[in-house]
Design a binder for this molecule. Structure first.
Ligand SMILES: NC(=O)c1ccc[n+]([C@@H]2O[C@H](COP(=O)([O-])OP(=O)(O)OC[C@H]3O[C@@H](n4cnc5c(N)ncnc54)[C@H](OP(=O)(O)O)[C@@H]3O)[C@@H](O)[C@H]2O)c1
Length: 320
């Protein structure tokens, strides 16, 4: 049994209580506000409450922490957690840039703790099946990927830290990190950025919308991420057909489907997948890695590859 503590009463932390966890106990919650922490603990039956993140990290009962803090605090608390000997499951993006990420990873190595970035979507069968269809050659050699992950943040009432530049806000940190991970996941290669166009909030605020074009060997890819349009889908196009997923990334527990089109005999069919439990599977997987002393597949190398793509988007996107 691996005992987890959670740093902060984040909305996303609630997702870990949707389904009973096996091999994991959420033993402690820390909040900057004791009353908020106690309320959260009562709601989810968490036995220990701390009024500071540091106090939770000092608790010897805790094996691992889940860090769903605003992005600018990920590096600070990953390093503190590693120094306290806690294994780390940190929300995406793990850090704000490669320099920060390398500091986290150095600290994890030094204190011999495991590190994993919380890409819950990688635990869903639907995305693994999409990749499998490509690898099986069903749609022929892959030629083009179209990945879209944008929400109309205003319409959904999304605000807060996502719109604070100094706190790691903006659509690149919030959305493009998924796109980067997805392109590397599907192609098992390092995408080269060709061109990227970005819209920023007036007055130098956060980035709102980015359209980036990549070349990955023989594959072209377009990644569109943002806080303005409603766009959430991907299409993987091969020489003989395509696979389309109408929901690229979603934390909702809904059934999923892939639409496959094979143009040789103009065959169209769908594969369907029952609702998954990505957050449960993610935390249980990380707990098994800790039990077995195994590096998670979403460990340091994966994060370094994704973060390099994000660094490049910040460096090279042309603001319009
Ligand atoms: N994997 C996914 O599906 C998914 C989905 C959404 C978000 N995320 C990621 O999860 C992280 C949290 O996102 P969220 O939307 O759940 O965040 P949120 O609800 O705003 O929660 C963040 C928590 O951080 C703590 N905190 C510490 N310092 C803070 C500060 N200066 N301002 C605001 N909060 C502060 C707060 O807890 P206390 O006040 O209790 O200490 C707060 O509840 C982000 O990295 C985000 O990218 C992942």
């Amino acid at each position: 049994m691996i005992r987890f503590g959670i740093l902060g009463t984040a909305k996303i932390a609630r997702a870990f209580f949707r389904h009973p966890l096996e091999g994991v106990e959420i033993t402690a919650i820390a909040s900057r506000d004791r009353e908020r922490g106690e309320q959260f603990a009562r709601e989810f039956g968490i036995p220990r409450v701390f009024a500071s993140y540091e106090d939770l990290l000092a608790d010897p009962v805790i094996d691992a922490v889940y860090i769903p803090l605003p992005q600018h605090l990920h590096a600070v608390y990953c390093i503190k957690a590693a120094s306290a000997g806690k294994h780390i499951l940190v929300e995406k993006p793990a850090a704000l840039n490669t320099r920060e990420l390398r500091s986290i990873l150095r600290s994890c190595r030094l204190h011999r703790v495991l590190f994993m970035e919380a890409f819950m979507y990688r635990f869903l069968r639907v995305h693994n099946r999409a990749r499998e269809i490509v690898l099986e050659g069903t749609i022929g050699p892959l030629r083009y990927i179209d990945f879209n992950l944008s929400v109309n943040a205003a319409a959904l009432g999304l605000g807060g830290t996502r719109f604070e530049r100094s706190m790691g806000g903006g659509a690149l940190y919030d959305r493009a990190i998924y796109g980067a991970d997805f392109l590397r996941f599907i192609t098992a290669a390092e995408p080269g950025l060709f061109r990227s166009f970005m819209e920023r909030e007036p007055g130098g605020g956060v980035d709102l919308f980015t359209h980036a074009l990549y070349r990955i060997g023989p594959v072209f890819a377009a990644m569109t991420v943002g806080f303005t349009a409603d766009a959430n889908s991907y299409t993987l196009c091969g020489e003989r057909g395509s696979v389309h997923n109408p929901v690229a990334i979603s934390g909702r527990s809904d059934p999923q489907l892939l639409s496959i089109h094979l143009h040789d005999d103009n065959r169209r069919y769908q594969e369907t997948f029952p609702a998954g439990m990505p957050y449960k599977w993610e935390m249980e997987y990380f707990a098994r890695c800790i039990e077995n002393g195994e590096e998670p597949f979403l460990g340091p190398d994966n994060s370094l590859g994704d973060m390099a793509m994000l660094d490049e988007l910040f460096r090279k996107s042309e603001e319009m």
